[in-house]
Design a binder for this molecule. Structure first.
Ligand code: ADP
Ligand code: MG
Length: 254
């Protein structure tokens, strides 16, 4: 079983969209997948068309009041389950800070799943700030995937995350944490800026950058408001094709 965190301290760069479509794509490819929504905004939960059930989220698990395995929700896809989020998770940052070893809570919550033959892959959709939840996800994960929006300052943003990952490794909390790949999102082939950012990232980060690029797509932005993945909402479009291609590249890198 592999645990992959989808991380970027910036909001709106395509983390949740990527987490949803890798989870659904890998499930379609036959992997048994769990998507964990660590963002109190719950976008991954609602993007898959799931209801928020009070108490049925990561929150009580982090506080040691329940087991993750008892709170999973099925999705419409047979191989895909979700550990949802709820607004209370925002408070968890403060409550956890008062407990022993708060940074290990996500790791401990997922530990029983690590040895459970019912799961091949766990994807962690992280909140957009360097708080306790995001850091705990990096302590729990084996690999990190960093979505980067094709815009000015993209390279600086990636540099900050790479530094944070290095600090977590050096600090001994998760020495074997590794970058799985950096993903260019919201690429607009008509703009010079998108091309420039993509060239810069490849120059500086080389093969760490996924070959697959996710284009800017209105259909992709519309899909979550229908509670559908792009594979369901516009299965033959360019965005669907690029997330399918990314899923293949992702699974082969794993
Ligand atoms: P994050 O989780 O990093 O905050 P999201 O995945 O929620 O980012 O994306 C931010 C917004 O942009 C959402 O409204 C989403 O639907 C939209 N979006 C994501 N990827 C694309 C894309 N490739 N093209 C157009 N809109 C996108
Ligand atoms: Mg998000």
């Amino acid at each position: 079983m592999r645990i992959v965190a989808v991380v970027n301290q910036k909001g709106g760069v395509g983390k949740t969209t990527t987490a949803i479509h890798l989870a659904a794509g890998a499930a379609e490819a036959g992997r048994r997948v769990l998507l964990v929504d660590l963002d109190p905004q719950s976008n991954a939960t609602s993007g898959l068309g799931l209801e928020h059930v009070p108490g049925k989220s990561l929150y009580p698990v982090l506080l040691g009041q329940a087991r993750a395995l008892d709170l999973l929700q099925p999705s419409r896809q047979p191989n895909l389950q979700i550990l949802a989020s709820e607004l209370d998770l925002a408070g968890a940052e403060i409550e956890l800070a008062g407990l022993e070893n708060p940074l290990l809570r996500v790791r401990e919550a997922l530990e029983p799943l690590r040895h459970d033959p019912a799961f091949d892959l766990v994807i962690l959709d992280c909140p957009p700030s360097v708080g306790l939840l995001m850091t705990s996800a990096l302590v729990a994960a084996e690999k990190v995937l960093v979505p980067v929006q094709c815009e000015y300052f993209a390279l600086e943003g990636v540099g900050k995350i790479l530094n944070l990952i290095e600090r977590i490794k050096q600090g001994g909390l998760n020495p074997s944490l590794a970058i799985l790949g950096i993903l260019l999102t919201m690429y607009d082939a008509r703009t010079r800026l998108s091309q420039q950012v993509s060239e810069d990232l490849r120059t500086h980060l080389g093969p760490q950058v996924f070959q697959t690029i996710i284009p800017r797509s209105v259909r992709l932005a519309e899909a979550p408001s229908h509670g559908k993945t792009i594979y369901e909402y516009d299965s033959t479009g360019a965005a669907s094709a690029s997330y399918r291609q990314l899923t293949n590249e992702f699974l082969s890198r794993l």
